[in-house]
Design a binder for this molecule. Structure first.
Ligand SMILES: CCCCCCCCCCCCCC(=O)CC(=O)SCCNC(=O)CCNC(=O)[C@H](O)C(C)(C)COP(=O)(O)OP(=O)(O)OC[C@H]1O[C@@H](n2cnc3c(N)ncnc32)[C@H](O)[C@@H]1OP(=O)(O)O
Ligand SMILES: NC(=O)C1=CN([C@@H]2O[C@H](COP(=O)(O)OP(=O)(O)OC[C@H]3O[C@@H](n4cnc5c(N)ncnc54)[C@H](O)[C@@H]3O)[C@@H](O)[C@H]2O)C=CC1
Length: 715
């Protein structure tokens, strides 16, 4: 919908009306076509201003309409009509002008922007390209290098940057519509010849071929198999080398391929899932929209190692005051130096003032007495954490929330140490905590809805994608990861190599393979966990432990002091010491050959399809168990955990979405096949939910929840 009113005697003001972001739905497009036509043909109207309702210009095409039959007028001719109008059209940009929203503005003759507005062509993040002329107009307006940057990354720019780049004509701190109307009045009699961007030549640097080659190489590397960034480069190349009309044909041709691709579906699923996971609910029926989070201004972090330092930085960046506690002066000073350095670097990079004065370092636990939230990040040691929670319970007022960053320990056991177990929740950050976007908020049976709401809200303030999950060993992410890691080890035993397994996973789109990732995290971390579970038998080669298949390979490496990157050797060699580049290790190859010989295993050739199926389907199968138990509320929760915490390629939508695209029947059949071959590997036995979904005709992922009877965590 769009409304036309006459203002200041001669300005036709068109207001887009489609809350919350004035997306260009078919109704809005129809409204624009109608109002523009009326304004252009009204002799009283000498100029036109287009703005959006409620402080937002336009969030672009209505993504919810993608995949449905396209109704209403198409965008390209609509924008062309605006550009071709013989009366000046001014875009008044407040809030956001994104995607089709910015393309609409580029069709206008002038752009006036509020200083707080954000502009961009983020289509690439949805698996698309700016196909309403954006890939052809933007390079003509701001030049090829800057357009390539914006279109291939999809990044949003501030009004100030937009002005500097030449995207907008004026920035205002006052009412944008008033400024735009005033501006429109001032240009009513001016020629529009130079204002129609599609008619301008595309300014190209001298070495334009080398530029495209370099950018293409970069986007292929960064994109990890994503097709949209490549198409974006090709579209801009068309703008640089072809007349506008032919460039538009190329733009549409490239868009047609992208629009129906599985990658676009996956990325659009991620867009909505990222927003859906914030609408949490608990088994008790408590929900995000009926539970008020506590106000939070001051938070304590206890334990300033790898995680505590990152959490402190993220809290400060979110504008909170932090009390940071370590055991001894020396550790505290080291942490203080590290946190200061991190904050300084961030302040420099972001051009914001340093906020060091918001952190108070201490070695006294009593310093936490006046905070609203305590986040515990001490060693992963149950006895230590239990003792700490007991101390905190007596030290802090009853209303203080006590959160733990444990990655594997039972939240309920910690809650049981306190007088107010309803105040205890897990807040599982990922390393490095000030950078990684994922936060698992782990609730137990006694966690109060308000405590969960406060953790979710705090995560949001810290810029995290927070997902509420039930309490179980490994929560969601690590519980699924365990089987992925195990399958990789079994594949090694059967004849594969770390390099070929990692290569298959990288080609799938992970930033690194499972063995490189393990070397980076430290092999000793998993070793400690397995020891605590009673799985490690030093020097023993037995391949059955606790009644199921077990690979002792990781333990054997640790027994040799091979902990990964930090010791220079793990699944790979890091030479010289401290190097981050993994190199195949001839020692490991010999070690694996000897190991197989001692175990009586006959090495065979394993192709990348088997690597992917066994590693990924094992992980996905556990995801179905998690859904069935109600530990995760829906497949979107699992998918967002994997996309934001574990490097799952976003253009594949997350593991559960990927399963839905492969076809649930196919996943089930392959799991059955592998389980038949490996009956002593329980994680290859298909989950009953997967069977149930297949027997009910493999419904689309949006309808899986209907098949999950238990609404939530069984705990
Ligand atoms: C055979 C095939 C032939 C093929 C030929 C193909 C031809 C097709 C031609 C089509 C050409 C179209 C080209 C085009 O125009 C492409 C686009 O414009 S794609 C869209 C680009 N825009 C974006 O990516 C912006 C997305 N939105 C945002 O980034 C943020 O929402 C925004 C910064 C605008 C606001 O942020 P915030 O205030 O934080 O609010 P939320 O993010 O929580 O959003 C609130 C609410 O609104 C929903 N929403 C946002 N944007 C859109 C949108 N563009 N469409 C639909 N809905 C949108 C969002 O989902 C939230 O609702 P929930 O219910 O919470 O999910
Ligand atoms: N390292 C990782 O990648 C991740 C770790 N975690 C979890 O975060 C927690 C911390 O892990 P890391 O930071 O890696 O450990 P770390 O070993 O780097 O740091 C722990 C810190 O806690 C301090 N500490 C120990 N007892 C203390 C006490 N009583 N009071 C104050 N400080 C104390 C130690 O001096 C040390 O600096 C663990 O529970 C771990 O499982 C969670 C996600 C990822």
């Amino acid at each position: 919908m769009a409304a036309l009113t006459l203002v200041s005697g001669s300005v036709g003001l068109i207001t887009l009306q489609n809350p919350p972001v004035n997306a260009l739905s078919s109704a809005v497009r129809q409204g624009i076509v109608d109002t523009v036509q009326r304004a252009v043909s009204d002799p009283q109207v000498k100029s036109v201003v287009i703005c959006g309702q409620n402080g937002v210009f336009c969030g672009g095409a209505d993504i919810k309409e993608f995949g449905k039959t396209m109704l209403g007028p198409p965008l390209v001719p609509m924008i062309h009509t605006i550009e071709a109008a013989d009366k000046p059209v001014v875009a008044a940009i407040e809030g956001s002008a994104l995607g089709g929203g910015l393309e609409l503005a580029l069709g206008c003759h002038y752009r006036i922007t509020h200083s707080k507005a954000r502009l961009g062509l983020p289509e690439v993040t949805l698996g698309l390209l700016p196909a309403a002329g954006g890939s052809q107009r933007l390079p003509r307006l701001i030049g090829v290098p800057a357009a390539l940057d914006l279109i291939t990354t999809g990044r949003h720019v501030t009004a100030a940057e937009a002005l500097k780049l030449g995207i907008v004509d004026q920035v205002t701190d006052q009412s944008t519509v008033e400024a735009a109307v005033k501006f429109a009045l001032s240009v009513e009699v001016q020629s529009l010849t130079s204002r129609r961007i599609s008619t301008l030549p595309c300014p190209c640097p001298a070495d334009v071929d080398a530029l495209f080659e370099g950018v293409m190489q970069r986007v292929r590397q960064r994109g990890r198999g994503a097709i949209a960034p490549v198409a974006c480069v090709q579209a801009v190349q068309a703008a640089a080398t072809l007349p506008y009309a032919q460039g538009m044909e190329r733009e549409q041709e490239l868009m047609a391929t992208l629009f129906t691709s599985g990658q676009a579906r996956a990325l659009q699923y991620c867009f909505f899932s990222q927003r859906a996971v914030s609408r949490w609910s608990l088994p008790s029926g408590a929900r995000w929209d009926s539970t008020k989070p506590n106000p939070v201004t001051k938070v304590a972090v206890i334990g300033l190692g790898t995680m505590g330092r990152g959490i402190t930085v993220a809290l400060v960046q979110a504008g909170l005051s932090v009390v940071a506690v370590e055991t001894h002066e020396q550790q505290m000073m080291a942490a203080q130096r590290a946190v200061s350095g991190m904050l300084e670097r961030l302040a420099q990079r972001q051009g914001v003032p340093l906020a060091l004065d918001r952190v108070r370092f201490s070695t006294e636990l009593e310093a936490v007495a006046d905070v609203q939230i305590v986040i515990e990040a001490v060693f992963e040691d149950m006895a230590l954490k239990k003792q700490l929670f007991k101390q905190l319970s007596s030290l802090c007022p009853a209303e203080t929330l006590l959160f733990s960053n444990t990655s594997s320990l039972d939240i309920d056991h910690l809650a049981a140490q306190t007088d107010h177990p309803q105040q205890v929740v897990g807040m599982h950050f990922f390393a490095p905590a000030h950078i990684m976007k994922l936060l698992e908020v782990v609730y137990g049976p006694r966690s109060a809805p308000q405590a969960v709401a406060t953790a979710m809200e705090l995560g949001k303030r810290m810029g995290k994608v927070s997902v509420a999950v039930g309490n179980c060993r490994g929560f969601v992410g690590n519980r699924m990861l365990m089987h992925y890691l195990e399958e990789a080890l079994f594949l090694l035993e059967e004849g594969s190599s770390p390099e070929s397994i990692d290569q298959a996973l990288k080609e799938f789109g992970f930033p690194m393979g499972v063995f490189q990732m393990s070397d980076l995290s430290g092999l000793d971390v998993g070793w400690k966990v397995r020891k605590a579970q009673g799985l490690v038998e030093p020097g023993q080669m037995s391949r059955v432990r606790q009644g199921r298949r077990y690979s002792p390979l990781g333990d054997l490496l640790c027994e040799q002091g091979r902990f990964g990157q930090k010791t220079g050797q793990g699944w790979y060699l890091y030479d010289p010491a401290g190097s981050r580049t993994p190199r195949p290790d001839p020692w490991l190859q010999r070690f694996l050959e000897q190991y197989r010989a001692r175990q009586g295993l006959v090495s065979r050739r394993i192709d990348s399809e088997e690597v992917l199926e066994r590693c990924l389907y094992a992980l996905i199968n556990e995801g179905f168990h998690i859904l069935h138990e109600g530990i995760a509320a829906g497949p979107e929760d699992i998918d967002m955990i994997y996309v934001f915490g574990y490097g799952w390629p976003r253009h594949r939508g997350g593991p559960m979405f990927y399963a839905s695209q492969v076809g649930l029947a196919r996943v089930l059949q392959r799991l059955e096949h592998y389980h038949q071959l490996h009956p002593d590997v329980p994680h290859l036995q298909p989950s009953s939910l997967l069977r149930q979904l297949v027997s009910s005709g493999s419904p689309p992922i949006q309808r899986w929840k209907e098949a999950i009877r238990k609404p939530h965590s069984a705990l």
